[in-house]
Write a new protein. Structure first.
Length: 308
């Protein structure tokens, strides 16, 4: 689930903080990096749990309405499609989901108001109205409903994003990406999925885990060497006047260029130039592009990289 794009962002953020704090303990910084990645994976389970807890909140809501003084006919006989949603039931009994949420303390128990407001948004939406008024009541409509909820109600919702960012500082840059993986997970379920249905793993494979560690360590271990090359090609810019994030972006890019022969040069350059557009100054991407192009040419001349 944690792809190379997210890994690069997390490495940039942790190394930036490392230099900003004037830290010297690489192991502490590496632990911070792995914690940041773990918390991103936690968010994936928080979103899956949101499906379960919103369903349970709806059950409590209709029960309370049924038992209030003089309930209406609609309150006595509410629509039960959301309560009986088949996908929500599958997630609630999924063994990988239950194991992870239990072991890592994933819970919305202190967020009752957030769950309530999110449920209200859903019940007031066209997505919900289309769901309960549709003529089909089957597994596929249940699954389609939750996909639509994430795409049209939860994704790009400023109130929800703000709440999640306040809940965990590590989630500021992760929400959109993790939401997309929740939607992919919903697609992977089918009517025959049992309690052992696979969920998306934290890393796609061992190579991605090794990539995290190597990229981080090589960036810091060769920091002085990389900065010297940056200084040599920054022309009229003194390194002290450069934005710290610009320097970090170029350092991490150099670590990737030199240590991962299977990643094309163009991919590395594009990823870090794009990162500069979001995490540094307005002119940084053009500057970084020019400096990295010069560094790549130099590394080729020195026979330090051979890839295209």
């Amino acid at each position: 689930m944690i792809n190379r794009i997210l890994i690069r962002i997390k490495v940039l953020q942790v190394i930036y903080a490392f230099y900003q704090k004037g830290d010297s303990d690489l192991k502490v910084a590496e632990n911070e990096l792995m914690m940041s990645l773990r918390r991103t994976y936690d968010l994936y389970f928080y979103f899956l749990l949101l499906i379960v807890d919103i369903t349970r909140a709806y059950e409590r809501m209709i029960d309370a309405r049924r038992h209030k003084y003089r309930p209406t006919e609609a309150e006595l006989h509410p629509d039960l499609r959301l309560l009986n949603n088949r996908l929500a039931k599958q997630i609630s009994t999924n063994q990988a989901f239950l194991k992870y949420t239990r072991e890592h303390g994933i819970s919305w128990s202190n967020d009752a108001e957030f769950i309530k407001k999110t449920l209200e948004r859903i019940l007031e939406s066209d997505v919900y109205n289309d769901y309960i008024t549709g003529k089909d009541d089957n597994y596929e409509t249940d699954k389609t409903f939750w996909r639509a909820v994430f795409k049209r109600i939860i994704s790009d919702n400023d109130a929800i994003d703000d709440y999640l960012e306040e809940k965990c500082i590590y989630w500021n840059e992760d929400i959109d990406v993790v939401e997309s993986f929740v939607i992919k997970t919903i697609k992977r379920f089918n009517e025959d999925s049992d309690d052992w249905q696979d969920l998306i793993p934290m890393f796609n494979n061992q190579d991605d885990y090794d990539y995290v560690i190597k990229l981080f360590r090589q960036t810091l271990l060769h920091g002085e060497e990389f900065r010297q090359r940056i200084d040599n090609h920054a022309k009229n810019w003194e390194s002290e006047r450069l934005a710290l994030m610009d320097i970090v972006i170029m350092q991490v890019a150099m670590a990737e260029l030199l240590n991962f022969p299977t990643i094309p040069v163009s991919v590395t350059l594009n990823e870090y130039i794009d990162a500069a557009k979001y995490y540094s100054t307005p002119k940084s991407s053009v500057f970084i592009n020019g400096v990295l192009d010069a560094i790549v040419a130099e590394l080729r001349d020195e026979k330090l990289i051979f890839k295209d």
